[in-house]
Write a protein that binds this ligand. Structure first.
Ligand code: DLL
Length: 432
C-alpha cells in the first residue's frame, strides 16, 4: 500500500464530518455506559443517561475525565472491552503516582496505526521510503505507533528504538533512511553527532516526524537546517492511543486532528467552560472509535488553540496549534505563569543551542528562576567580559518575554545531559 492518504475522510466537508461524529458519539456513549461502570456512575451523578446525548450539541453535558480519574480507576476501572478482547497495553512515562495504563483491542491497534500512517503520508512518506523509528519501544507509545504506521504505508521500517547513537547513525547511513521519527531533542542530538562524525554528506533523510514533547518553531528551523530535512510535528498521548491524534502537513501551520476518531474541545482550565473556536485553552478529547479504553471528555492539560482555516494541503480536518505548554507543567514563579517553551524560544532566537535546563528554587520564601544554557563551541573561547555581556543580553530578553528576572548561566558545550527520549528541562527544587 503506497498511498495511505484517506481522501474521503481527510477532505470531508464539515457536514459530512459532523454527521460521522454525531453517529459515532452516540454509539460510543452507549458503549461506555454499557461497559465502563466508573464512567456510568459519573453520568448518573449528573442525572444523565445515553438518551441525553443525541449528538455533538450535547457533548458539553458529559462529565470530564482527568488523569486523577485514571489513577483512581487503575488498573482496570476504565476498561471498555472484555480482557480477552484486549491485545496490548501501553503506559505513560509519568514519574510520580500510579502510572496510567491504556488498553487496546486489535481493532484499536489497527485504527491507531492508520492515524500514524496518515501522519507519515502527510510528511511525504510512501512505500519507497526507509523509515527509521528512533522513538522508544515498549510501554511508551512512540515506537510501536509509528512502527505500525510505517508498515501500513509500506515503508521499509527500521525498528531502532531510542538510544545507541552509533548504531542509529550506522543504519541511517548504510540503509539510506529517508524519514526519521523520534523526539525533537533526540533529533538535535543525532544532528550534533552527525556533524561531529563528519557524516553529513552520507545522510539521505528528507523528512522527520517529531513529537512527544514541546518544541518551538526556532527548534524546528535548527533541526531542518542541521539535517537538511523538513521537520513535521506530531501529537498524541497514551490515554487516547499515542502518536497520531494530530499531525502536520506540508503547510506546517499546526496539526490536523484525526476528527473521525477524536472530537476536540477547548475549555477554560479554571472553570471547565467550553470556549469558542480560536480561543486559547485546555484541549479535551472524546475518543469515538475506541473499544478497549474509550475515554469521553478527557482533559489533556495541554494548552492550545484550534483553527478551522482552509489548508493548502486540501485536508479539512481541524488544526491544533503546537501545545503552548501544559497547564500542569506550567511553572508558577513569583506568581507568574512561565512556560518552558517561552524560554526555549528566547534562547534559540538568540542563537543558542536547544540544550538548556530551567532550575526553580525557593530562597528565603521567594522563588528563584535560573536558566542554564550551553554556549556554542565558538563562544566557549570568548573572554569573560564577552560572556558576561551575553548573559546580560539573555537576562534582558527573558525579562521581556516572561516579565520576571531569570538568572542566566552559560555553561560549557555538552555539559547538559542529552536525552534519547523526552528531554528533562525542568528541575523544580521547590518540590523536592
Ligand atoms: O508522548 C505520545 C507521542 C509519541 C506523541 C510520539 C508524539 C510522538 P505521552 O507519553 O502520554 O504520549 O505524553 C503525552 O506529551 O499530553 C503533551 O503534553 C506532550 N506531547 C505529545 N506530543 C507533543 C507535541 C506521547 N508534538 C504528552 N508537542 C501530551 C508538544 C507534545 N507536546
Amino acid at each position: 500500500m503506497s498511498n495511505y492518504y484517506q481522501k474521503e475522510i481527510e477532505t470531508a466537508s464539515r457536514e459530512e464530518m459532523l454527521a460521522l461524529q454525531n453517529e459515532r458519539l452516540v454509539k460510543q456513549v452507549q458503549h461506555v455506559w454499557d461497559n465502563v461502570s466508573y464512567y456510568r456512575k459519573k453520568m448518573e451523578e449528573k442525572g444523565l443517561t445515553p438518551a441525553d446525548i443525541q449528538g455533538l450539541e450535547d457533548l458539553h453535558k458529559l462529565p470530564f475525565l482527568s488523569k486523577d480519574d485514571l489513577r483512581e480507576a487503575y488498573p482496570y476501572g476504565l476498561l471498555g472491552a472484555p480482557l480477552k478482547d484486549c491485545v496490548r497495553i501501553h503506559s505513560t512515562s509519568g514519574t510520580t503516582g500510579k502510572r496510567v495504563v491504556a488498553f487496546y483491542t486489535q481493532h484499536d491497534v489497527d485504527l491507531w496505526e492508520e492515524c500514524c500512517a496518515r501522519a507519515i503520508v502527510a510528511a511525504g512518506g510512501t512505500d519507497e521510503d526507509v523509515c527509521q523509528i528512533a522513538y522508544g519501544y515498549g510501554l511508551f507509545t512512540g515506537g510501536s505507533g509509528m512502527h505500525g504506521g510505517s508498515h501500513k504505508v509500506g515503508c521499509l521500517t527500521l525498528p531502532m528504538s531510542s538510544g545507541n547513537t552509533d548504531r542509529q547513525l550506522q543504519f541511517m547511513t548504510d540503509l539510506g533512511a529517508t524519514i526519521l521519527c523520534c523526539t525533537p531533542s533526540y533529533a538535535l542530538y543525532l544532528a550534533e553527532s552527525i556533524h561531529e562524525r563528519g557524516l553529513r554528506d552520507q545522510i539521505t533523510l528528507k523528512a522527520g516526524i517529531f513529537g512527544a514533547e514541546a518544541w518551538s518553531e526556532e527548534m524546528r528551523h535548527e533541526i531542518e537546517k542541521q539535517l537538511g530535512i523538513k521537520a513535521y510535528d506530531i501529537y498524541g498521548l497514551t490515554e487516547t492511543s499515542g502518536p497520531g491524534v494530530a499531525f502536520e502537513c506540508s503547510e506546517q501551520t499546526g496539526m490536523h486532528i484525526n476528527e473521525d476518531h477524536f472530537i476536540p474541545e477547548i475549555i477554560d482550565p479554571e472553570t471547565g467552560e467550553v470556549l469558542p473556536e480560536g480561543s486559547k485553552g485546555e484541549l479535551v478529547f472524546t475518543s469515538i472509535t475506541k473499544e478497549g479504553f474509550p475515554l469521553l471528555r478527557y482533559r489533556t492539560k495541554d494548552i492550545c488553540i484550534l483553527t478551522r482555516e482552509k489548508c493548502s494541503c486540501g485536508r479539512t480536518l481541524v488544526k491544533m496549534s503546537k501545545p503552548m505548554g501544559r497547564s500542569d507543567d506550567m511553572l508558577i514563579v513569583k506568581g507568574v505563569n512561565v512556560f518552558p517553551s517561552q524560554i526555549e524560544a528566547v534562547l534559540l532566537e538568540q542563537g543558542y543551542p536547544a540544550n538548556y535546563q530551567i532550575i526553580v528554587d525557593r530562597v528565603k520564601h521567594s522563588d528563584t528562576l535560573e536558566v542554564q544554557v550551553e554556549m556554542t563551541p565558538e563562544n566557549f573561547s570568548d573572554s569573560l567580559a564577552k560572556i558576561n555581556e551575553m548573559e546580560k543580553s539573555l537576562i534582558d530578553a527573558l525579562k521581556t518575554m516572561l516579565g520576571i528576572y531569570a538568572k542566566v548561566k552559560l555553561v560549557a558545550p555538552k555539559s547538559i545531559a542529552r536525552s534519547e527520549g523526552k528531554a528533562v528541562r525542568i528541575i523544580d527544587k521547590r518540590k523536592i
